[in-house]
Design a binder for this molecule. Structure first.
Ligand SMILES: [Zn+2]
Length: 160
């Protein structure tokens, strides 16, 4: 099990670097992150949360005690992600974060997004995500840019 960093630790506030080596170490890290996330009842986890400044996160929505209404999806490892386009429509929803134990904050996210990323073998994938899955993607994507729920909420309050 990996240690999950909490808010204020430097790696959580840093911009992550692109993954260039799709090797055994990367597979092992993804596996450890998945176990750590599942143990903590998360639906996603980003590498900076386990003190790795890499553009890598896992989305793995499943109903659990923290998110009883979450849709079921197979865990997906997302590497070097880009958000290509997004809907103008924003949806407000309560989000938690494994790095902010016990906190829930109302966060605006795009309803649908078109994304591009590499998988563990380095293959590029492109897909359209919506609803809760799109929300997870945007939350984890923020982590790769040093942004947690606290910063995101502050940013959206400035624009409202
Ligand atoms: Zn988080």
């Amino acid at each position: 099990m990996l240690t999950i960093l909490t808010h204020g630790q430097p790696t959580l506030m840093a911009t992550a670097m692109p993954v260039t080596q799709f090797d055994e170490a990367l597979h092992a890290l993804a596996q450890q992150m998945l176990h750590t996330m599942q143990h903590a009842n998360g639906v996603g986890i980003a590498a900076p949360q386990v003190n790795q400044r890499l553009q890598l996160f896992i989305m793995a929505s499943n109903p659990n005690p923290r998110y009883p209404d979450a849709p079921v999806m197979a865990p997906q490892v997302v590497i070097n992600p880009q958000i290509i386009s997004h809907s103008a429509t924003l949806l407000l929803g309560d989000e938690g974060c494994l790095s902010l134990p016990g906190e829930r904050r109302p966060i605006l996210r795009h309803e649908t997004i078109e994304v591009r990323y590499q998988d563990l073998s380095g293959e590029w994938c492109q897909e359209r995500l919506s609803g809760f899955i799109a929300r997870i993607f945007q939350h984890e994507y923020d982590h790769l840019h040093g942004i947690t729920l606290r910063e995101r909420q502050a940013m959206q309050q400035e624009t409202l």
